[in-house]
Ligand binder design. Structure first.
Ligand SMILES: [Zn+2]
Ligand SMILES: [Zn+2]
Length: 271
């Protein structure tokens, strides 16, 4: 049976390329959750393009978006299953304060931006709304959602398989008052995936941009007490060498579990 997480994109904010990024890669965020015959995709950053090439004869795909900032949706028009008949794609997203996800995607695929209109896609699309702490069952997987501290309405995910709990938090600027509810929500996760986009020095200039400095995330991880911590949504300015330095620094601190900075194309087996 195929059971794994695959990180098709691990970059936040903007895609990058060049030899200085060759280890971690430059695709923006996209996570594949494969559990036997159930396929769940979270985020449609540029990483969803290569993922699309590996999907054949799949009748139903569930794509989840925690919010609609560019780095989480920019790969969507290049997702090959959109151009296949007999494919049903459910797009799950929160209702933001302004336009709906369907309205935004209709505009993204308007003729000034893209040659193919949303209505012309071959796959059958269904736009659905997710709500905080209102779980959804997809086959054997339960997904639940919690708001994060980030500009606009943004959710993070708790993905429960029959054997494990995976928390996925790509965009969270940890506030001064503790995120008690969020900590409780993710408490004891088997795998916690949480960004750590800035160093303390960078954060002095980038506070309020919606992302956290590493030291604050270390404090949060010690409160959540996961069994494993994976860092994704890397800053586009960080080269491989700088990301390895951040990983080394995190490993020198008191942590409840092992930590790793994840790269594009990495697979984590699930039980
Ligand atoms: Zn992001
Ligand atoms: Zn964002």
């Amino acid at each position: 049976m195929k059971r794994y997480l695959k990180f098709w994109g691990t970059r936040g904010s903007c895609s990058v390329c060049g030899p200085q990024f060759s280890h971690f890669g430059g695709n923006t965020v996209c996570l594949e959750v494969q559990y036997d015959d159930t396929l769940i995709i979270i985020d449609a950053g540029t990483g969803i393009r290569p993922l699309g090439h590996t999907i054949h004869n799949k009748k139903k795909i569930d794509l989840f978006l925690g919010h609609t900032h560019w780095d989480h949706i920019i790969g969507f028009p290049f997702f090959e299953p959109l151009y296949k008949k007999n494919t049903e794609i459910n797009i799950w997203a929160p209702q933001g304060k302004g336009r709906s996800c369907k309205e935004l995607f209709t505009e993204m695929l308007s003729k000034e931006f893209f040659p193919i209109h949303l209505e012309q896609l071959q796959a059958r699309l269904e736009f659905k709304t997710i709500y905080e702490k209102t779980p959804i069952q997809i086959g054997p997987i339960t997904l639940d959602f919690h708001a994060t501290s980030h500009p606009g309405v943004t959710y993070c995910f708790k993905i429960k398989t029959p054997n494990e709990t995976i928390s996925y938090v790509t965009d969270n600027e940890i506030p001064k008052t503790p995120q008690k509810s969020l900590i409780e929500f993710h408490k004891g996760a088997d795998i916690l995936i949480h960004e750590a986009q800035y160093s303390a020095k960078e954060y002095t200039e980038k506070g309020g941009w919606g992302h956290s400095p590493l030291e604050e995330v270390i404090t949060l991880v010690n409160e959540i007490q996961p069994k494993r911590w994976i860092v994704t949504h890397h800053d586009p300015n960080h080269t491989d060498a700088e990301l390895f330095d951040l990983e080394k620094h995190a490993r020198s601190q008191k942590l409840p579990c092992p930590v790793e900075w994840i790269a594009d194309g990495c697979t984590i087996p699930l039980k």
